[in-house]
Write a new protein. Structure first.
Length: 347
């Protein structure tokens, strides 16, 4: 006696794609209707509800996560996890994504393009919803990975209008110019710039380039000092010592970050070197230590938290555009955010 063929569980069920076709939306939009209905346009919600009622579709919650090619995570690569300057950006991303059901995966490139490429490759293997990267300079391999993956990308912390990806940040060249002009207006002429010494700290390089441009425009001779590969506090001290020696000692020094500047100020405090009378000191980042140093540190305050919030908002908009919920050309591509020059006692 021939046994009847067993019908596979669910084989006669209405498929999600059938509901999507009837409603005139993408399958992902139908999936989002069940998981995050507030992200679906009201008019689309009405069409989906009508299609569900007409077909009798019942969502398969267990299979939902497997059926989608897009995960509920967003990968983010920053140059340095231990560096406080990026912490608020990470928090801004997390605060903005969490209410929409997305989790952040974080990796550090250690200011290395090759390590960033490894992190991007690993993230893509997890099928993230989107990627948030720091800066617009990447290795050729990273750019190829991004192009082939088709995953939405947002670049943060600097600005390149011609980039193919969404930009959220500011011009570091302008930061270098503004810092130099501020010191010039304060009466300083022998102004030096101290670089981090990290070859792939491209944003510090751009600030140094902005310093060079401003010095040239002001008719002054630029002096750039590259920090040795030491801990920032020690490197800042050595840079300060070097720039105060010689025939033309610096009257003012712009440090590439607040940690280097803190090393200089702590050294001056121990050695009883009067700042800014003997030499003005300026940093970048406005870290929590900046206003507690003696003297307190003049610095540039970047929009750290806002960068994270806006980057995450653009990610959400890109995903909505990918699902056909909003036109792709309505997502703002160039997002230039303001930074502040915080004047304190060191200048």
């Amino acid at each position: 006696m021939t046994q009847p063929t067993r019908k596979r569980r669910g084989s006669g069920r209405v498929k999600l794609r059938e509901v999507a076709e009837l409603a005139g939306v993408s399958p992902m939009t139908v999936s989002r209707y069940f998981s995050q209905r507030d992200l679906v346009a009201q008019e689309a919600q009405m069409r989906i509800a009508a299609a569900i009622e007409q077909t009798g579709y019942v969502a398969n919650v267990f299979a939902g996560g497997l059926a989608s090619a897009r995960g509920k995570s967003v990968g983010m690569v920053i140059p340095n996890i231990s560096g406080g300057v990026f912490a608020e950006t990470v928090q801004g991303v997390t605060d903005t994504l969490r209410p929409h059901g997305y989790q952040l995966l974080l990796a550090s490139s250690n200011y290395s393009g090759d390590e960033e490429e490894e992190a991007v490759r690993a993230f893509i293997g997890w099928s993230p919803a989107a990627l948030i990267l720091t800066g617009h300079r990447h290795t050729r391999g990273t750019n190829q990975l991004l192009a082939k993956s088709g995953i939405p990308v947002v670049q943060t912390w600097d600005h390149k209008p011609s980039s193919e990806h969404i930009q959220v940040g500011f011009s570091h060249i302008d930061v270098g110019k503004d810092s130099t002009r501020y010191l010039y207006e304060r009466g300083y002429r022998r102004i030096a710039f101290v670089h981090t010494g990290q070859l792939e700290d491209f944003r510090a390089i751009e600030r140094a380039n902005g310093y060079d441009i401003a010095m040239s425009e002001l008719g002054l001779t630029p002096t750039t000092f590259k920090s040795p590969p030491l801990a920032p506090l020690e490197a800042g001290k050595l840079a300060f010592q070097s720039l105060l020696r010689g025939r033309w000692p610096a009257e003012a020094i712009i440090f590439a970050n607040d940690n280097l500047a803190a090393g200089a100020l702590l050294y001056c405090l121990r050695e009883k070197i009067e700042i800014p009378r003997e030499c003005a000191v300026m940093g970048f980042g406005d870290l929590s230590i900046a206003d507690k140093l003696v003297p307190s540190l003049t610095t540039i305050r970047p929009p750290r938290y806002d960068i994270g919030c806006v980057a995450a908002q653009r990610v959400l908009e890109l995903l909505r555009a990918e699902d056909g919920e909003i036109p792709a050309d309505t997502v703002q591509r160039d997002n230039v955010l303001p930074y502040e020059l915080i004047e304190r006692e060191s200048t």
